[in-house]
Design a protein. Structure first.
Ligand code: NAG
Ligand code: NAG
Ligand code: NAG
Ligand code: NAG
Ligand code: NAG
Ligand code: NAG
Ligand code: NAG
Ligand code: NAG
Ligand code: NAG
Ligand code: NAG
Ligand code: NAG
Length: 805
């Protein structure tokens, strides 16, 4: 037999083509002799794809996609394990085949060096057949189909059938001494014959070695048939070689059939099916019994226990053989990436499949198949669970279903970004949780409601919202590729209202209590216009206790903030009002004015309406004094109530001879309680007459209504004092003794001595300066208020032996 152009003597030339050679970097290139091919693997240098050239005595042949498919080279770049590999069939075009036992390969590897420069490395390797040849071997590579048969089998398999007869007829008709080929195509009766040269041009390679006849074809050639066998796709190429040798026409039937079924992903794993028998495909495949089916990965078979241990399964029935490989099982590779801000993964497996078939005569056919298979991009979204318990007042969010190669880098809480470390250093808590019975994990994030980062919203209808927008930053390792997951949580409270005070009347004070609630900070406590603070409480003499549970405020009688009414010798009513107002708008939300009845002892009350009320035990000033015989400066002003020891006066500040003085920045109203001496008194007491000077002091600034509307209406009650004063000998006070009780006399005396002003007069002075000057005042007194105040400051009393009640 002579197979035309393919038969040649390999002559080793001593001169190689010009190549920039370098030492092969041993670490990055590996070669390995496998059953039927040489495997060369090399690392990929980022940004550069390596290339191979086949080298033989005649020249250098770049291994392109097309050339590789025709000549038995399979080159691929595998990003997932991260290398490039070349599988060169022992029958590849430029291999030196020594007796079908030893195969010498020479390749140029063109790759980038450390500097990114292209360098050509020379590789040579000789493989010694690891496994004896079967009579017929079919190799279903990724890019070509190859069949080799022992060349002493002229009529190897099967029975003579009609189509074989038809082919024989064509062969007999066309045969010449040169070998020719005709392709049989499924469903076509016509055979066209061609020379082997013509066939090579079409991409078919025939090759005669010492003991075998080899045929190779790329997939999807014009003469390929695509057949569906019980739902699985098979590609068949069926060439028949023939030649006339003297009086005999020789025919060789070389069918090659490969399953081209794609793997499917059923949600759990990869499934691949192939027909168990190929009998229906060609006459030469009839009568083959499947003896043994094995599977493996990356070009190597696995024994049953290993495959089962990895979860692979193989179901064989008469019709189809079904392989299944669970997602992410050992032997495959997982590739993860971010697409559309979502974590995606692809599981890739390079299946290797081998089937041994035997015919009736015990002649073997061995089919080997390489098939890369992969799942579609599967996305795995993290899931979030809202585990917030309102009572805990902490947002608790579980971010789960995160694959083991993803970790949480940072969280953005309402726009504030924290790395996981920063979050834990702050008030937040991020803990990792391994999910049970799974390689997945999750994270628990806890953010207290009251943290400054949480948005808060209050509506006056009593609704309160805490809001947190979370943007989780996750990253895939090792490439640190980030993606984001967003969620928001809301905690909703109803019936949120201002805190409520309780008040209790005690003998000499009012006691207010308030329990603290989580939303208290929305409101503040005020006494009148002033915010209640520990400082204010101290200044005003309140007793405040504030702990985490409650606030207690004891307000002693006569401290700032009280108002009094119904004052009698027996008892009076004191009222103290406490307010809660919005911290933000200062709008009063609640007020509690507590009215309590207190026992009267002594008191002085200066009302906002300009009424002074005094209760005084006069016997403490002058022993044996008679309350019923006391009066004010104007002796017609008698006590409203008396008992054995005490008097109660209640008078308007513009009556009863009340003196008025400006002691900037205050206005002082002053009167004297003139104590009735015991009627039988001839005692020396008389020489030192004593009066009780009662005084109400109002801040000038609080009396603006007096000036504007001629009405006494102070912003706040005045401060009252009672002073026991010794009346000097020269004092004209003597005329005001109760015995002398004419108004005129009183007025005269006052005019000449102390120049009192009623508040009506102040008013006139301020508001009508050009008006009729008062007898004691000169017109030039038209001056700004400060001067006015200074002019009158000399009128101030110099109090002696002052006693404050
Ligand atoms: C192949 O390599 C061996 C040893 O590395 C060397 O002796 C031999 O000459 C090489 N062959 C070719 C064809 O380069
Ligand atoms: C397909 O399978 C059925 C049984 O499931 C069998 O009867 C039939 O012959 C098969 N077809 C081929 C083409 O093998
Ligand atoms: C990206 O995701 C959005 C929603 O998650 C979807 O509407 C959109 O179609 C996706 N785009 C692509 C290219 O997958
Ligand atoms: C994970 O995701 C599945 C559905 O994809 C869901 O049923 C399961 O509850 C999730 N588990 C967790 C812990 O989030
Ligand atoms: C975070 O929470 C876990 C569990 O609730 C707790 O054990 C841990 O101490 C907390 N860490 C910090 C920093 O608060
Ligand atoms: C985890 O697996 C164990 C045993 O495989 C099983 O007993 C247990 O119920 C599983 N737990 C969950 C939450 O699935
Ligand atoms: C989430 O955070 C990332 C990183 O800061 C940002 O690029 C992205 O726009 C954020 N997403 C949203 C919806 O705010
Ligand atoms: C989360 O949980 C809290 C408490 O159970 C609940 O009030 C809230 O409505 C939930 N949902 C969201 C989106 O925050
Ligand atoms: C208030 O009165 C109660 C009972 O009368 C008394 O126990 C308490 O000490 C008083 N508080 C103050 C601050 O005076
Ligand atoms: C009482 O104490 C709480 C903290 O426990 C504080 O928020 C509040 O302002 C205090 N109230 C007053 C009136 O000082
Ligand atoms: C004091 O006088 C005012 C008006 O002059 C009056 O309204 C008030 O009731 C009196 N009070 C007493 C205790 O008499």
């Amino acid at each position: 037999m002579a197979l035309g152009f393919l038969l040649g003597v390999f002559v080793l030339l001593s001169v190689w083509l010009k190549v920039r050679c370098a030492d092969v970097p041993m670490a990055s290139v590996e070669t390995e002799c496998r059953d039927r091919y040489l495997l060369v693997t090399t690392d990929i240098v980022a940004g550069h794809e390596p290339r191979f050239e086949a080298v033989d005595a005649d020249g250098v042949y770049p291994i392109t996609e097309l050339y590789g498919a025709e000549c038995g080279y399979m080159f691929s770049v595998l990003p997932v394990p991260g290398h490039a590999e070349l599988r060169a069939s022992y029958f590849s075009c430029h291999t030196d085949n020594q007796g079908d036992d030893a195969f010498s390969f020479i390749f140029n590897l063109i790759a980038a060096d450390e500097d990114g420069e292209e360098v050509t490395y020379r590789l040579n390797e000789t493989c010694y057949l690891p496994l004896p040849w079967s009579p017929r071997e079919i190799s279903c590579e990724e890019n070509y189909m190859e069949v080799s048969v022992r060349n002493d089998m002229s009529c190897p398999f099967g029975k003579t059938e009609d189509d074989w007869t038809a082919a024989s007829f064509t062969a007999h008709h066309d045969a010449t001494s040169a070998w020719q080929v005709m392709f049989r195509k499924e469903g076509e009766e016509q055979f066209t014959s061609m020379s082997l040269t013509e066939a090579r041009v079409l991409g078919y390679v025939f090759h005669l070695t010492q003991g075998r006849l080899v045929f190779r074809s790329p997939y999807s050639q014009p003469h390929s048939s695509h057949v569906t066998v019980n739902g699985t796709r098979v590609e068949v190429v069926h060439p028949i070689l023939f030649s006339r040798q003297r009086w005999v026409v020789m025919m060789v039937d070389l069918v090659v059939a490969c399953s081209t079924n794609e793997a499917m992903f059923d949600g759990l794993g990869l499934i691949w099916e192939t027909p168990t028998l190929l009998s229906s495909l060609a006459s030469s495949l009839v009568g083959l019994d499947s003896m043994q089916i094995s599977m493996g990965v990356d070009g190597q078979l696995l024994d049953r226990p290993t495959a089962t241990g990895r979860g692979y399964s193989l179901e064989i029935n008469d019709v189809t053989t079904r392989l299944s490989i669970p997602f992410n099982a050992e032997g495959g590779y997982r590739h993860t990436f971010v697409m559309n801000n979502t974590y995606h993964q692809v599981y890739v497996l390079h299946l290797y499949f081998e089937q041994l078939l035997v015919d009736e005569g015990g002649v073997e056919t061995r089919i080997r198949l390489h098939r890369p298979m992969s799942t579609p991009p599967l996305w795995q979204a993290p899931s979030v669970i809202n585990q917030t318990v309102l009572a805990e007042r902490i947002f608790t969010v579980y971010l789960g279903n995160i694959t083991d190669d993803v970790y949480l880098v940072a969280v953005k809480l309402n726009g504030h970004e924290y790395t996981t470390q920063e979050a834990n250093a702050n008030n937040f808590n991020i803990t990792m949780v391994q999910q049970q019975n799974s390689t997945l994990h999750g994270y628990t994030l806890r953010v207290p409601f009251d943290d400054a980062v949480v948005h808060k919203m209050y509506s006056t209808e009593g609704y309160f919202l805490y809001m947190l927008y979370i943007n989780f930053t996750l990253a895939i390792q090792p490439q640190e590729e980030p993606f984001y997951h967003l969620m928001s949580v809301v905690a909703h409270f109803r019936d949120v209202f201002a805190p409520v005070f309780n008040a209790v009347c005690n003998t000499r004070n009012i006691s207010f209590t308030m329990d603290h609630h989580p939303f208290d900070y929305l409101w503040e406590v005020a006494i009148g216009p002033k915010l209640l603070t520990p400082n204010l409480a101290f200044k005003h003499g309140y007793n405040m206790q504030n702990d985490s549970k409650s606030l207690t405020l004891d307000v002693p009688l006569f401290t700032v903030g009280y108002t009094y009414e119904d004052i009698h010798l027996a008892q009076f009513i004191g009222t103290f009002e406490i307010l809660t107002r919005s911290s933000k708008t200062l709008e009063v939300a609640r007020s509690l004015a507590k009215r309590c009845v207190f026992q009267t002892t002594e008191l002085i009350v200066c009302s906002t309406k300009g009424v002074m009320t005094v209760v005084k035990d006069v016997t403490t000033v002058i022993q044996g004094a008679e309350p019923s015989r006391t009066s004010l400066k104007d002796s017609t002003c008698r006590p409203k109530e008396t008992d054995d020891t005490r008097v109660l006066f209640n008078f308007s500040l513009d009556t009863c001879g009340t003196r008025v003085m400006v002691n900037y920045p205050h206005v002082v109203y002053e009167n004297d309680i003139i104590i009735g001496q015991p009627s039988d008194s001839e005692a020396p007491v008389k020489t030192r007459p004593l009066v009780v000077t009662v005084r109400c002091e109002y801040p000038l600034s609080g009396l603006h209504k007096l000036f504007a509307y001629r009405r006494f209406e102070a912003d706040a009650p005045g401060i009252g004092t009672m002073v026991v004063t010794e009346v000097s000998e020269k004092s004209p006070l003597t005329v005001t003794r109760p015995t002398i009780s004419t108004t005129t006399a009183t007025t005269t005396a006052l005019r000449t001595t102390r120049r009192p002003l009623s508040f009506g007069k102040i008013d006139r002075y301020i508001n009508n300066p050009q008006g009729r000057p008062t007898p004691w005042e000169k017109p030039h007194a038209i001056q700004p208020r400060t001067k006015y105040v200074r002019r009158f400051s000399w009128q101030m009393n110099n109090p002696k032996e002052q006693t404050t009640y």
